[in-house]
Ligand binder design. Structure first.
Ligand code: SF4
Length: 92
């Protein structure tokens, strides 16, 4: 399988696929700037993940987020805790 290999190319692929999120929903995916409890964060992340499940750009977003390696937020249905867990399992 071939596809874009640069970050900008990967991002273009996400945008071309019609992502279900955007600037107006950024706070749902990142938590914005407000403080939130652990439970509030988990509930917010579950709502964000529910959007990702139906997103036409899910696979493109996964490729982009793997290349970008973001330090926070829900990307392609994965939270930072999810990504940390995957990295820990891959390193074991
Ligand atoms: S998979 Fe989730 S984070 Fe990625 S573009 Fe779609 S809605 Fe946004």
């Amino acid at each position: 399988m071939t596809g874009p290999s640069t970050l900008s190319g990967l991002l273009d692929a996400v945008l071309a696929a019609g992502p279900a999120c955007g600037p107006d929903t950024a706070e749902l995916f990142t938590g914005g700037r407000g403080w939130e409890t652990f439970d509030q964060r988990l509930r917010r992340e579950q709502r964000a993940k529910a959007v990702c499940v139906t997103c036409p750009a899910l696979w493109q977003c996964l490729s982009y987020s793997l290349a970008l390696d973001p330090v926070e937020g829900v990307w392609a249905g994965l939270s930072q805790d999810d990504r940390d867990g995957i990295r820990a399992q891959a390193a074991a």
